[in-house]
Design a protein around this ligand. Structure first.
Ligand code: AMP
Length: 636
């Protein structure tokens, strides 16, 4: 372990020296004056005074050496479309998109909200923003209109880029009505909405505010738009993520620190070299998509594969077919995808030539041991789990094979990554935990380059949310529990807050509760996450009705359950849909009125909720037990 330990130690003890060296990986139009500005903790500013551009580093810089190499390979099993873009072609498309955006008034510092399915234009749009110095905010295509409206109001974009439709599992999802509703709800009215017309939507809806992309693209076909040279600490993007309140937080990323961190991670964690091909099966709406479908592979000169479709259509061999066809070297996904594939015919894995594949990376949710062993045996290649969050932008825990190929330990994403002063702390005292003792995973100041710089428009929230949970100490809380062994390997034990993780998607239980509460039949609701063999966790809702007598009959309750589920679909999107809604007469709470969500989750998972000395009325627990037993018996 010496090489890893020494590498990590140097990154923590001498961060300026360490990151000054790493900063050579990217192009600086103007060199930075100061590696790290610590004058205003917990804020940290990296590479102060340096001017650079993410699009230049991801695309323009490679034109001299790899103009004819594929930069982006696009495969959609939803539409049957496959397209390849060399670096030269990608450059041309980004310039067209940037010119179109500029013609619509977008300029440096403006926000552009991108609400798009997995299509190449999403990549062009993100990189065009980077080129113009505009700040993109990608909203996952699965979010419903009210969620979109909340993000429009927070980011106040100058432009929205959307499509006529998305597609999933063979089903077309019309985007125009969603955007229509979101715009009607939002207070902020962006001057323009640009539409990529895929000719997929069943009805040609033509709202007056929609500007079609294709004619404008033609108009600016030969455009060259110069890169804006941004100061390293200007924002590059805002990505919203769920927290404990109903209001999503806009995670802000800088420019220079992000580029350097991603470039370094491609060597030390992913071992990706220029000319390699990487396939990250995620979505551009999530942080993994931002970092490892788009920016990191392109900054490092790789070919990135973008896939629209599910892992099981046309059959469960599709991902492996992509590996064979495109000679994929690095693959990255979330454990849920593998758990889905594990249920498929094992012969599908043997059917394709996977010799190009070097390593499979996993992140986003806990990797359970059965899935890890299954895929490791089936593939016979290293499986590297890595732990991070939207806020950090790149891994905090991993086996860093490019530094030292330490052995993997099942159930652990590995050891702290260079740059992260990661410690486990006692929740109350803030003291460092001994090996084997459960604690909150925290990071010391400063966070390394590439991590969030603040909450969009709300510096105070950045400090109060992330830096205030350990009294008197300058520590960032991840809100994850963990346990570290004698060798430094950390195992993740779940969240300390009310955030749940469904199929690798992070959801705030408060948001789901707010959606359910908006139904007039609901007096009170508690949403908890419980273990699920396929999705890792699923949401369960426990509802107290205003008028329980009205819903006494099983049929009435089933109908109400369906209504509540569709309320969540409409307000948040299907990803937030609770697996079940249980009806109870009261919810377990403390005497001060705080919901005892952990106790409810324990009961739902068949565990003992433990001692609850502060509970207001212990019979509420029995209510929860009865509701669960009735549901297990087939009744609501
Ligand atoms: P997100 O910000 O949506 O990427 O979600 C981040 C959260 O997902 C973390 O705070 C963890 O709770 C969980 N998570 C991410 N990666 C892992 C992993 N490799 N193992 C266990 N949990 C993970």
């Amino acid at each position: 372990m010496t090489r890893y330990r020494e590498f990590h130690r140097r990154s923590i003890e001498a961060p300026e020296d360490f990151w000054r060296d790493e900063a050579r990986r990217i192009h600086w139009e103007t060199p930075f004056e100061t590696v790290l500005d610590r004058s205003n903790p917990p804020f940290a500013r990296w590479f102060v005074g340096g001017r650079t551009n993410l699009c230049h580093n991801a695309v323009d810089r490679h034109l001299a050496e790899r103009a004819q190499q594929n930069a982006l390979v696009y495969v959609s099993t939803e539409t049957g479309i496959e397209r390849r873009y060399t670096y030269a072609e990608l450059y041309a498309e980004i310039n067209r998109m940037a010119a179109v955006m500029r013609s619509l008034g977008v300029k440096r510092g403006d926000r552009v909200l991108i609400y798009l399915p997995m299509i190449p234009e999403a990549v062009f749009a993100m990189l065009a923003c980077a080129r113009l110095g505009a700040i993109h905010s990608v909203v996952f295509g699965g979010f419903a209109a009210p969620s979109l409206a909340a993000r429009i109001d927070d980011a106040t974009p100058a432009l929205i880029v959307t499509a006529d439709a998305g597609a999933r599992g063979g089903k077309v999802i019309d985007y125009t009505p969603l955007v229509d509703e979101a715009l009607a709800r939002a207070k902020h009215k962006p001057p323009h909405v640009l539409r990529i017309d895929r000719q997929l939507a069943p009805e040609r809806l033509n709202a007056s505010y929609l500007v079609d992309y294709e004619p404008l693209r033609e108009q600016f076909f030969d455009a060259h738009v110069p890169c804006e040279w941004l100061e390293s600490n200007e924002p590059s993007y805002v990505l919203y993520t769920s927290g404990t309140t109903g209001r999503p937080k806009g995670v802000v990323r800088d420019v220079g620190g992000y580029a350097v961190a991603l470039a370094a991670s491609m060597e030390y964690i992913y071992e990706g070299r220029a000319g390699d091909t990487m396939f990250t099966a995620s979505d551009i709406g999530w942080v993994v998509g931002h970092s490892y479908i788009i920016y990191a592979p392109l900054i490092a000169g790789l070919t990135t594969v973008m896939y629209e479709g599910t892992p099981i259509r046309p059959d469960g061999g599709i991902w492996w077919r992509l590996v064979e066809q495109h000679r994929i070297n690095l693959m990255f996904t979330a454990p849920t995808g593998l758990r889905v594939l594990k249920k498929q015919d094992p012969a599908l894995l043997k059917k394709y030539n996977l010799s190009s594949l070097r390593t499979l990376f996993l992140a986003g949710e806990p990797l359970d041991e059965p899935t890890a062993s299954w895929i490791s045996d089936a593939l016979g290649k290293p499986i590297v789990d890595n732990y991070w969050q939207t806020e950090t932008g790149w891994p905090m825990l991993a086996i860093q094979r490019g530094v030292e190929a330490l052995p993997a330990k099942l159930g652990s994403p590995g050891v702290p990554v260079y740059g992260y002063d990661l410690t486990l702390r006692n929740e109350q005292t803030g003291e460092v935990c001994a090996a084997g003792e459960k604690g909150v995973i925290t990071l010391g100041y400063p966070l390394p380059p590439g991590c969030m710089s603040t909450v969009w428009g709300d510096d105070r929230r950045f400090v109060s949310t992330y830096w205030s949970s350990v009294p008197d100490q300058q520590l960032y809380s991840t809100f994850d529990w963990g346990i570290q062994d004698d060798d430094g390997y950390v195992t993740i034990l779940g969240r300390t807050d009310d955030v749940i993780n469904v199929a690798g998607h992070r959801l705030g239980t408060r948001e789901i509760e707010e959606a359910i509460s908006s139904h007039k039949a609901v007096a009170e609701v508690a949403v908890v996450g419980v273990a699920d063999p396929l999705k890792g966790q699923v949401a369960l809702a426990f509802v107290v009705l205003r008028d329980a007598d009205r819903y006494a009959a099983d049929k009435a309750r089933l109908k109400l359950e369906a209504e509540l589920v569709s309320t969540v679909d409409r307000q948040l999107g299907a990803i937030a849909r609770p697996a079940r809604v249980h009806f109870v007469a009261m919810l377990p709470k403390t005497r001060s009125g705080k919901l005892l969500r952990r106790a409810i989750a324990a009961l739902a998972e068949g565990r003992d909720p433990g001692d609850l000395p502060t509970i207001e009325d212990a019979s509420a627990l029995q209510q929860v037990r009865d509701a669960l037993a009735a549901a297990a018996g087939g009744k609501t």
